[in-house]
Each structure stands twice: as C-alpha cells, then as structure tokens.
Design a protein around this ligand. Sequence first.
Ligand code: ATP
Length: 457
Amino acid sequence: MAETEPRTETVSMDKIVSLSRRRGFVFPSSEIYGGLGSTYDYGHYGVLLKNVIREKWLRAMVQERDDIVALDSAVILHPRVWEASGHVEGFTDPLVDCRTCKLRFRADKLDEQHCGRQPSKHPGETEDCDLTEPRQFNLMFETTVGALQEEGARAYLRPETAQGIFINFKNVLQLARRRPPFGIAQIGKSFRNEITPGNFLFRVREFEQMEMEYFVRPAEADEWYRYWIDERLRWYLRYGIRESRLRVREHGPEERSHYSRATSDIEYLYPIGWSELEGVANRGDYDLTRHTDFSTTKLEYVGPEGERYVPYVIEPAVSIERIFVALLVDAYDEEVVGERERTVLRLHPQMAPVTAAVLPLIAKSDDMVGKARSLYENLRGRHRVEYDDNGAIGRRYRRQDEIGTPFAFTIDEQTLESDTVTVRDRDSLAQERLPIGGVRAWLDEALDRPWKTPKSD
Ligand code: ATP
C-alpha cells in the first residue's frame, strides 16, 4: 500500500456535503427545528447507496462463503451484557471543558478541534483558553426499560453490534452446525454519545455498523487476523477505491482497546486527512470468557473428540457511514467538457445508486415516451434504473452524472425507425448505438466488466 502522500488534492468535505444535499443523498436531521448536531437523514439516493453498501458487504461476507452466517440481534440488550463486555467501566473518552468558552473537547483529539473564541486555533492554544483536567466520559446512551421511569431498569443503546453476536455464540454454534474457523456477521445501528462529532457522516452519534466476528483456534488467530486485513482491503479495491488512498496502520500497545490483542486500522485519505475507515482486531478470548463468567453459560467450542477451547475472535468492523463518505470522496470529480463544467461521481458501476437512466429525447413525443417506458419497465425488474423525461437532455445527463449513474439509454428519432438506442458512458462520454432488444443483456455484461476509475491517483 502507498506510504507517500498522493499527488492530487482531495476534494473538500464542503463539496461532498453540498452535493449530498443538492442531490438528495443526505439531509441534516430535524432541520425544520434547527437541526440536531451530527445526526443526518438519508434521502432517496442516500438510501439506495446505503443499500448497495450493505448488499456488497453481505455478498462478500455471507453469500460468497460458506463459513459465515448472518445474525440480527436486538439494539437493547440485558444491561449485564455491557458490564461483562467492559463498556460500563471502560467505554469512555477523556474530555476537558473550557471555562472561558464553555465548550467541551476530547482531550486526546485537541488538534482536531477548534477553540470556541478563535476557531483558527486549537483548544488550549490561546491565552484565554482555560481547560479543566481531563475527566472520563462514558459514550453509551442510557435508557430505561419498563413503564415507569423510576422503577424501570437502566439499559443502554448498543455502542457496537459485536456483543449481540457473542451472546448468541452458543445458539449459532448449535443450530448453524459450524466449527471454528467460522464467523457471524451482523449489520445494524449502533449509538455513541460522541463528544466531538462532526465532519459530516464521519463521526455521528447514530450509525450503522457492519461487524463480523470470526471464531478461530487460538494458535491460528494471528494468521486469520492478517487474512482479514487483506480480505477487507481487497473488498475496497474490488469496488473501485483507489489504492493510493488506502493504507493499513497497526496500533501500538498503548492505543489498543481493553479487549484487543492486536488492531489495525484500514485508513482512507479523507478530506480531514488519513483516518480510520475500518478496524480489524484480534479480540482474543476476552468476550467469550467474560460472558461465560458473567452469565455462567459456557461459551466454548467442544469438538467431536471432546477437545474443548474458547475460540479467539477476529473482527473486521466498519460503519456504512464511513464507507459512504469514502466512496463519495473517492468518486467526486469535476471537469470541463467543451465550454461546460460538469460534476461527476465516478462510482464503481456496481456501487452506483442508480445503474442506468432511461431518457426519451423529446418528452412530448408519445412514441419516444412509450418506447422509453417499456425499456424502463423491462430493466427495472433486475436493475436500479430511473426514468426521466423532465427538462432538456443536457440537464438530465448532468443530473445523472452528479448521482453517479454509469449508463444512460436515450430513445431518439432513430429509435422509432430502427429500434436502436444510444448508450452514453458516464466516464468517457462515449455514445454507442444498440438494438433496444439487446439492452438488458448489454447492461448485465457491462456491469460484469472490470472497472477502474479514470481519476488520477
Ligand atoms: P474512532 O477512533 O474513529 O472513534 P473507534 O476506534 O472507536 O473509532 P471502533 O470502536 O473500532 O471505532 O468501531 C468500528 C468502526 O465503526 C469504525 O472503524 C468506524 O468505521 C465505525 N464508527 C465508529 N464510531 C463511529 C461514529 N461515531 N460514526 C461513524 N462511524 C463510526
């Protein structure tokens, strides 16, 4: 992986936020009430893109393998789960308050934050800054289970999906008839009361995690740890992320979480600099042992010949949000074509929220509209396609470019004569004519072709 800084500039986060807003990918949440910091709502294309990310992750984790099964556990678990996992005691960030500007900062990330009075400086850098000593702050959101707040039991919204997997280890082991090495994959919302949220979707308080716990013989843990780092890197390359924008950074012992024997971050070069996209950790036997102690249910593997051991766990963990931002940043491009500037999302064709647009050249032509609608209806059973007859064709193309649609099929005068359509390629802008009856097969084949971004490194 590249160690050097890439040559070309990374797009600014403002441009990504503005495109996301303009094209209905992401809206600030509760906007009509003034917004709620660092929570976002997803519009149509945002939902489609999240669905694709989910689908591709599940494809690689579950569909294309036979050693990993899926799980969907509850968000609110028994409160003892979080005692056993160490989160009640240890899932904390150090925070400091500034007595001058009254803002609160993460003590270990002061260089990523801005002073309340002089935003060009970091907290603690000006003479007026008056920071308290760091205090530990638990990131879990608390809630109450039961009808009456006073009498109900205190519970937490899960800060990670992994614990739901560990507490189901025995169920899965018995019912899915697996033996190590095998994995359990889960996608679902996690909640963290982050002290320094921000940077768009990169650090939010409510996010969707995709975690897979892979249970192995202790002696093989290191090998599988390396294997999963490579597998996950390959997944990003498979879906077109530039290799020069990815790197692996291994944590030093002081940086690791309480449960970890080894951790590596797969980092992406975000507009805020190299930052964690995904984490791969060797959690050892920490979680299964702790849940065995706290619940008194033995969570171990017993082999057919009676051998028994507590498996070690290798965990690749990532959020859809961080992939979402990495995809948009990696794909965002601006270029001048003729006299005109265009913004284009050069997403991998399989990742694009809309795979193809079907456009009648003249919306007033009933014949063109009829042909276009019937092509659209033929394609939509299998692909994410969009029909659009609204406005000048140039504007419709630009709209599709901005949402990253790789192919556009246009129905024009010649279609009426020869039953052919043009297909426009988002990246090269090349146009080709195809028989209308062959579009479906052409699209299937086009999506299977290897794809590489035309963007430079
Ligand atoms: P960071 O150091 O950035 O706070 P972390 O090391 O606490 O992250 P993990 O606990 O390893 O993160 O979580 C696994 C993955 O979940 C991360 O790699 C990231 O993709 C995602 N993630 C964690 N916190 C957030 C958040 N607040 N918003 C969006 N995604 C998150």
